[in-house]
Design a binder for this molecule. Sequence first.
Ligand code: AMP
Length: 494
Amino acid sequence: MLFEQLGLSAELLKAVSDSGYKQPTLIQSKAIPVILEGKDVMGAAQTGTGKTAGFTLPLLRRLEVYANSSMSPAKHPLRALILVPTRELAMQVHESVKNYSKYMALKSSLVFGGVNMESQTVILRSGVEILVATPGRLLDHIQQKNVMLSSVEIFVLDEADRMLDMGFLPDITKILNLLPTNRQNLMFSATFSDDIKRLAKQFLKSPILIEAAKQNAVSDLITHSVYTVEAAQKTNALIHLIKHQKLDQVLIFTKKKSDSDRLTNQLLKADITASSIHGDKNQQQRCQALSDFKQGTIRALVATDVAARGLDIAELSCVINYELPNNSEDYVHRIGRTGRAGIKGYALSLVSSEEKNRLKDIEKLIQKKIEIKSLLLNDTSLPRVNNPQEKKITTKLDKNDSSQKERKCALIAQPSSAEVIFFNGEYSTRKNTQAIADHDPLFTQPYVSSKTEVRSTLKSRNTSLECKEKKFPFKALPALFFPFVKRSECVNKS
Ligand code: AMP
């Protein structure tokens, strides 16, 4: 089938051709005619199948009649609302909308949380026909009367399963209640649980079911491999894989935000350019990390599951699961970042003995036996990385050992080491310093060795750092410094 046979306008066909698409994908050839007829759609779309163009192109075709270049907000009422779960997805979907509508006088915008509302407000008040939004921020704008939903003709709920996982059901229900009854509804979901079916029943009218893939299917273009590695060896194994398999662009998933920061630092230590992306990063940091990764400025992007859905990184060939996700469906979403748009992908997972059951669940879900490979980590040429899990900091200074005492003095005398202790002013008692060390991932790593590094780590966490550069007379350096000296020692030893 050709795009020309789908009933799209010349403007849309030109935009499609500019995007380099030769043929519609399966979901596009199935969904576009149905959406153009004005019917409700329930789309089961495999990640990376071209689903976004599948609903955006017919949506734009239906709104084309309203295209106008008037400056008046009244001439640009909201006609289409696309609800997505994450900011990243909002940005990507909006990019597609802008891209496909570039030859049309239709206005579009996006709103998501975590950033100032003001610039979004100005755009909304100037009038937009198409809005891509995350639920919470949309409700904020509705409450402040920056946007009204009464003129919406097409409502799209994208990544519906993720919406429910993220607890957006109450917000979605509120939004549904504000929409006019006479409208077209399109719902897309990678998986169809009972909850999703219940939600579909709530708002879809006689929907046409469009399946572009089997439920929970993963792309055949992806090769899955598992490396059995104990938890303590995972960082070494990861570095080994990246370096020895010459992986130039790799998306790595961890379960916890703190792990993704720790791992990023360890990759940097091993001369692998890396950045992390997770829910504690502000919008600017997340955009920067993603843009660096897409442009190839960094080799590894370490992400939590917040990034698993929606990210579209052109030609990403490898995803590594540093740990398997608790929820098997998240495996499908994580690895769905590769093997997209006809390009082969590799999904590698580091699996410890505790994770074997999770692996079985995943194999059951994707109906595939994953090949187990072994990794030779005793190669001495391999980079060694201290892993906090692997090596507890047990080094203690022996009061009677003069060589150690000298070392301690030398370390304390280094301003770069000593200054770190004055973190956010928490330097007054040993107890306080230890308290920070106990809960702050930065202080639980044995790698924090220099002021620059601490600053950059804190900068990347958006933490305000006031390194109070108080000069302490050497004789006044008490046991307060002891915890940190121990860490510095580990750095020097490794
Ligand atoms: P999606 O599943 O919507 O996230 O799209 C995945 C990727 O496929 C995006 O990079 C799109 O630009 C690309 N894509 C969408 N439609 C086509 C097509 N017909 N031919 C080739 N690539 C496409």
